[in-house]
Design a protein around this ligand. Structure first.
Ligand SMILES: [Fe+2]
Ligand SMILES: [Fe+2]
Length: 228
């Protein structure tokens, strides 16, 4: 059973920057979309499908350069990008983007590919933590969407055929069922990206400890030399 309320408490500066960046973008999205959940999903899923592809490509290139194994990260990230694209293909049946939204999609893609790519090159750990936090917000937004559907403030409708086929849903499924499975996907991406950030963090901590141990050893040897 997926924990929908999970939140990763920031532990270091990298985590805090990631959370701040996410909260800033959340504020922008909330201000622009308010309760237009269908439109919000269409526009934000076009952005959500970017990080997996960018990160996958950068790890792919690094794996080629360094001639080292990727430990399955590339496949996981590319699958995430594909899954997010399917969210988009689903929601476009629910809400058609307006002209201004199409313009925002184009601008956002242009800006986000470069921003995320640069963040990834500077700090892979922060980049995965950002996606972890993005996905926490996605889970919250889809829960709000689901609440509105359940309360009847947003009218439920039959699930698009594409969604029924992709998630193997029963034929009589509705938008509510689709939002539920998409929310589970987002929670899955959340856990994967937080786990990736944790792995990188652990490697960094180990590297720092090794450096400290090495310098302590050298200092000890120098003192012994002086004493002898
Ligand atoms: Fe998504
Ligand atoms: Fe996602």
């Amino acid at each position: 059973m997926i924990d929908l309320n999970k939140h990763f408490q920031p532990k270091n500066l990298s985590d805090k920057i990631a959370l701040l960046f996410t909260k800033f973008l959340r504020l922008l999205a909330d201000t622009f979309f308010k309760k237009r959940y269908g439109h919000r999903a269409v526009v934000l899923e076009t952005v959500a499908a970017v990080p997996g592809m960018v990160a996958g490509m950068l790890i792919h290139l690094k794996s080629l350069r360094k001639i080292e194994d990727d430990k399955g990260w590339i496949k996981t990230l590319l699958e995430e990008a594909e899954n997010e694209r399917m969210h988009l293909m689903t929601f476009v049946h629910i809400a058609k983007p307006t002209a201004i939204e199409r313009f925002i999609i184009m601008m956002a893609q242009f800006i986000f590919i470069f921003t995320y790519g640069i963040i990834y090159l500077i700090s892979q750990r922060t980049a995965h933590r950002i996606v972890g936090y993005f996905e926490e917000e996605a889970v919250i937004s889809y829960t709000e969407y689901l609440n509105e559907l359940e309360a009847g403030t947003i009218e439920d409708q039959p699930a698009p055929e594409l969604a029924i086929n992709y998630w193997n849903l029963p034929l009589h499924s509705t938008l509510k069922d689709v939002v539920r499975v998409i929310r589970d996907d987002e929670a899955g991406h959340r856990d994967v990206n937080h786990a990736f950030a944790d792995i990188i963090n652990l490697k960094k901590t180990k590297k720092t400890l090794d450096t400290i141990n090495k310098s302590n050893k050298e200092k000890k040897e120098n003192i012994e030399k002086i004493l002898n």
